[in-house]
Design a protein around this ligand. Structure first.
Ligand SMILES: *[C@@H]1O[C@H](CO)[C@@H](O)[C@H](O)[C@H]1NC(C)=O
Ligand SMILES: *[C@@H]1O[C@H](CO)[C@@H](O)[C@H](O)[C@H]1NC(C)=O
Ligand SMILES: *[C@@H]1O[C@H](CO)[C@@H](O)[C@H](O)[C@H]1NC(C)=O
Ligand SMILES: *[C@@H]1O[C@H](CO)[C@@H](O)[C@H](O)[C@H]1NC(C)=O
Length: 453
């Protein structure tokens, strides 16, 4: 379902975050502290000028620690555009960034169990990564102002059961209908296996914003769980088919979700999410960020390794050439125009459907490749969903109860640098994954103070 060993550009690296908890650090830091404490004691004994000494010694401790931290950070800072292949180093042809040298064996120590007392101070947020300095001046960050009020909250448009073929045709017609004058809605497309373990968090997130969002859920047809009528998720399941990890059926499901969402002319933005995704900001902030964005957020990059170009199937030639082949996270966010292009694509879709199976991983290549070929200017090339790919393997890291802390969430919210509407911003990720259902209580507890809802 996901990229192998991929590191988001300028994404904060988890290992960096974790490294400050590294036992070695603790030992070294304790040694530093102990030495300084001893020196301080000596000074106190020698000169007996308590106030003077305590001031100086604390300055020295903190400046030592800062220097140590800066050194470590510098050594371990990920390259701006690291895309580490874990099979073989990339062959020469394309100008690709060098492989990243992250320790492959770091093991984050468990954080203390949640307690009612405020958590320990968050770890230092990695300083901004160097950026090309050609950005235009001060960013207008996503406006915190509340979204335009909708007089009478429009209910979500009911789901209409229909077969894929008719769905595509009707969606194309519906998408061509004017969207002028509508109050924009954001369509949240949940691609899940079974139930939504974090549903209470999402319900809290959506609460009070009726009329500004639509929900669509694609889950396994064999899943028979139910959702209470009071929930915004009630009745939002679309007619679904079985989906297999990494197979083309994943792309079919994504297109099914888009086609359903296009029926509501108010849906102007479309975000694909998994059952393990969480929102990192409150609804107004995410709504403003998306509805005001000039671009879509589809990750698109070229990777010259077996996990990238190695997945290209020559039988796709000449409709798709190796030079056009691109990779990216499947967790897209796009505007209505791009959604319509995807739903009405009858050139690339059949070729992928026929030739992109198994080791081809269509879900990671179909959309990036089609966007790259047909509308590269429409996407800013990055994903707004964070995931931790710092460990080798086909899946990103998972986060359970013990790893959800205030410091971690704050770092996800603002620990990166990227471009938004032509200006630099530290708000790069609106969603993050993968969070386990047992993280729900911690997330609900931290949401009001940290996530803003
Ligand atoms: C939306 O973006 C434009 C630039 O594209 C900016 O001038 C404006 O202030 C932004 N509005 C909000 C509400 O963020
Ligand atoms: C959402 O968060 C922003 C920024 O933290 C804040 O200014 C705004 O008031 C919040 N909106 C709501 C509806 O709570
Ligand atoms: C397009 O809009 C017209 C007029 O509002 C409506 O009658 C028609 O059903 C719409 N088409 C689709 C496919 O939704
Ligand atoms: C749902 O499916 C499971 C296993 O497939 C079955 O055991 C259970 O009885 C079903 N529940 C309902 C409400 O149909």
């Amino acid at each position: 379902m996901q990229n192998e060993q991929q590191q988001q550009h300028s994404a904060p690296s988890l290992s960096l975050f974790i490294s400050h908890f590294n036992p070695h650090n603790l030992v070294s830091n304790s040694l530093i502290c102990a030495s300084i404490a001893a020196a301080t004691l000596l000074l106190i004994l020698s000169f007996n000028i308590k106030d003077y000494v305590s001031g100086i010694s604390f300055d020295r401790v903190s400046s030592n620690l800062n220097a140590y931290y800066n050194l470590r950070h510098h050594v371990q800072a990920p390259a701006p555009q690291p895309l580490p292949p874990h099979f073989t180093p990339p062959p020469p042809p394309p100008p690709l960034p060098p492989p990243q040298s992250l320790p492959s064996h770091f093991s984050p120590p468990p954080s203390p169990p949640p307690s009612p007392t405020p958590p320990p101070p968050p770890p230092p947020v990695p300083p901004p990564q160097p950026l090309p300095s050609h950005f235009t001046p001060p960013p207008p960050p996503p406006s915190p102002s509340p979204p335009p009020p909708s007089p009478a909250p429009a209910p979500q448009v009911p789901i209409q059961p229909m077969q894929d073929e008719e769905l595509q045709r009707r969606a194309r017609e519906a998408a061509a209908n004017t969207t002028e004058g509508v109050t924009p809605k954001v369509a949240f497309l949940f691609l899940t296996r079974e139930g939504l373990g974090l549903r209470p968090l999402w319900e809290k997130f959506f609460h009070g914003h009726e009329g500004l969002f639509s929900i669509y859920v694609h889950s396994s047809p064999s899943y028979n769980g139910s959702v209470p009528e009071s929930s915004v998720f009630h009745g939002r399941r679309i007619p679904s088919k079985e989906v297999h990890w990494g197979m083309f059926s994943m792309v079919e499901a994504e297109r099914r979700l888009l086609a359903n969402a296009l029926f509501d002319p108010s849906n102007l933005r479309f975000a694909l999410l998994s059952e393990s995704a969480i929102p990192l900001f409150n609804f107004s902030t995410i709504y403003n960020y998306l509805t005001n964005s000039t671009k879509s957020f589809v990750e698109v990059y070229d990777l010259a390794s077996p996990a990238g170009r190695g997945r290209y199937n020559r039988l796709m030639y000449p409709t798709v050439t190796l030079r056009q082949w691109r990779k990216g996270s499947q967790w897209f966010e796009m505007d209505r125009d791009l959604a319509l292009r995807v739903v009405s694509d009858d050139k690339y879709y059949p070729v992928f459907s026929e030739f992109c199976h198994y080791s081809c991983y269509a879900d990671e290549h179909y959309l990036p490749t089609v966007v790259h070929i047909t509308a590269p200017e429409k996407s800013c090339g990055r994903s707004i969903t964070w995931a931790d790919w710092s460990k080798p393997g086909p899946h990103p890291a998972s986060f359970g109860r013990k790893r959800v802390t205030e410091g971690f969430l704050n770092w996800l919210r603002s620990g990166s640098k990227c471009e938004y509407n032509g200006a630099e911003t530290s708000t790069c990720f609106l969603f993050a994954r993968k969070f386990m259902p047992d993280a729900l209580d911690a997330l609900l507890r931290l949401a009001p103070r940290v996530l803003g809802f």
